[in-house]
Design a protein around this ligand. Sequence first.
Ligand SMILES: Cc1ncc(C[n+]2csc(CCOP(=O)(O)OP(=O)(O)O)c2C)c(N)n1
Ligand SMILES: [Mg+2]
Length: 371
Amino acid sequence: MELSHRTLSLSGHYRELTLRDLEPAVALQLFRQMLRLRRMEEALLAEYHPAEEMRCPIHFCIGQEAIPAALSGLLKADDFLFSHHRSHGYYFAKGAPLKELFAEIYGRSTGADAGNAGSQDISHSGSHFYSGAILSGAVSISVGAALGFQLRKTGQIAVAGFGEGATDEGAFWEAMNFSGKRRLPLLFVVENNRYATFSDQLKRQADDNICERVRPFGVRATKIFGNDAPLAHRTLEAEMKRLREGDGPALVEAYTYRWNSHVGPEDDSSNNYRAPGEMEFWKDNCPIVLLEERLRERGMLDDAAKADLEREIALEIAANFKFAKESPFPTVKDWHRMNFEDASPMADRLLGTASRGGFDPDQAESKLGPY
Ligand SMILES: Cc1ncc(C[n+]2csc(CCOP(=O)(O)OP(=O)(O)O)c2C)c(N)n1
Ligand SMILES: [Mg+2]
């Protein structure tokens, strides 16, 4: 049966997950990473209200842990990862420091972007991680990064992670065209969770067939059941190996589901956008539970080992909250340096004019001269 959200909603409990060729350490690490991400997101979600200390929108990724967990074991330190508004899983996947994620969403100066970006635009340049709220914006940037790697023959790869909603955008199709033509070392990872905000893919696109549509551009494409973490690991590993050998670009479409609202911890089910029985299907096929079943069957995990892991994760999360809450807020005197690099004289001139008052965007060019 062709994999799609329609066919998935007709199937029952997923039984195909297998550990066959996987090193036990890899399987356990996939489980550990998914549980870390799940518990982190649950804690942030629970803390959001009524504390009201995280003053930025957060798009939680509970239910979508398999892809980040798989990527986390495969990305190298000098690879670049670009992602979207639902950024935490990708930040986590790139191994960027989680205490700086917490501090960022608490708006503190010790945050990954000194408290200025919040959740959906967070980046960590030291980890080569960038996200952005403009749908498909980071996809375009990933093309530029991959072109740079190819031209300079650095051997690095770029990965762009985003939702199926990004494929509504023209920029996405330009990225397919250019990366396919140039055979860029670029991996596109689509987490197809069926909805863009409250809008079903089939209300926005003629069919649920992204893979089929990108192939004519020269982009190799594979679709998988995205809650099978070992399958995600195997698929991404094979594609990343080919990219490193110069055989790019590739796209992996992972069918998955977000359990929470589009944004924030509030329940958005009053919009009645989810299909009946769908949430039950996806909760029954939780990526963590599916892997845990196999690990227990194979004697690789028991109650005591899981309890140890839960304790270790709880301590890590508590330390991240403590770091964030004890950190200072950024100071306003830095604002000239907040957005622009020293290497941007045009921006510096605009900021200088603005700070002296009377900035008129229509007059900007004539006042400042050509830039
Ligand atoms: C260019 C642009 N248009 C519209 C939006 C508003 N917007 C934010 S998230 C979103 C839906 C994204 O859906 P998808 O890409 O599938 O990701 P998901 O939220 O499902 O993870 C939209 C339309 C935006 N951020 N950027
Ligand atoms: Mg989506």
